[in-house]
Ligand binder design. Structure first.
Ligand code: GLU
Length: 283
């Protein structure tokens, strides 16, 4: 068994991150497997080195040891570019020049599990038009999800202990695989990295259940193995809402500063016992 914890170094880790890391760490250790860390630092403008160091320090404080060196997404940009090239060669992605405002202004932009469903404005541009605009305008690359599904057929993924769940990536519309400002989106980078790291069990928050449908499609398109998935309940704060990076009181750094013992907190989280005022909820 190989599990991972993949923080984005864009803020302090909080109790929700600790819960996720504890579950992934424990699953690997209980099975005599490996627990890896990945730093999801693809977002160059928001990622910060001090948050990388602070995240690793928080894990150490919790008593969670990891195997090997943490893997950085920023060191794998070439792999993301290569995967996108493969999909481009198969005519499964297209450049999109739309701004957020263009999409918001479109009358036919319903919402899906990950925000507005892209209304397809750039899907059917001619080759000449694409070439002309690519030379002049910033663009992202979107998956032609319907076309991709037609290639791979019906898909499902396994929720550990709960059997197979049919995947419905069409609900997300044509998702972004490479951003205007980064060579991969979360979906592409995370799917490729989980495969490259040899992750057998993806243990993460239940907010990512729907995203797994997209990841399953990418696995099928790129010939990657499919791990088992365990999506856990989310830690909610005293206001009943899931924790966000701005909830300073729930940050692990704040807890450490008030004298909380890391390994005791980790053991309690593993047993589902949360500090007073916090609760676990399925979204
Ligand atoms: N960096 C991502 C996050 O913090 C990881 C999500 C995942 O586990 O796939 O949300």
């Amino acid at each position: 068994m190989l599990t991972r914890f993949a923080p984005s170094p864009t803020g302090d880790l909080h109790l929700g991150h600790a819960y996720s890391a504890v579950l992934a760490h424990d699953a690997a250790r209980a099975a005599g497997g490996q627990f890896l860390i990945r730093i999801d630092d693809i977002d160059g403008s928001r990622s910060r080195e001090d948050y990388v160091a602070a995240s690793l320090a928080d894990l150490t404080w919790l008593g969670l040891g990891w195997d090997g060196e943490p893997l950085r997404q920023s060191a794998r940009l070439g792999n993301y570019v290569a995967a996108l090239d493969t999909l481009r060669a198969r005519d499964l992605v297209y450049p999109c020049f739309c701004t957020r405002a263009d999409i918001a202004a479109s009358l036919s932009a319903p919402h899906g599990p990950s925000g507005a469903i892209y209304p397809g404005i750039c899907r059917d541009l001619s080759e000449a038009e694409r070439a002309r605009r690519m030379a002049a305008q910033p663009h992202c690359w979107r998956l032609d999800t319907a076309r991709a599904l037609a290639v791979v057929g019906d898909l499902a993924w396994e929720a550990q202990g709960q059997g197979m769940r049919p995947a419905n990536p069409l609900a997300h519309g044509d998702i972004v695989l490479a951003r205007k400002d980064a060579p991969a989106s979360y979906h592409l980078a995370s799917t490729l990295d989980d495969a490259a790291m040899g992750v057998t069990h993806v243990i993460r928050g239940a907010d990512l259940i729907a995203a797994t449908d997209v990841h399953r499609l990418l696995q099928a398109l790129l010939d990657l193995p499919t791990p088992l998935y365990r999506h856990h309940a989310l830690v909610c704060g005293p206001n009943g809402k899931r924790l966000a990076k701005r909830d300073a009181a729930a940050s692990l750094a704040a807890m450490r500063a008030t004298g909380v013992d890391g390994p005791t907190l980790a053991a309690n989280l593993l047993a589902g016992r949360l500090p007073t005022g916090y609760s676990l909820q399925m979204p």
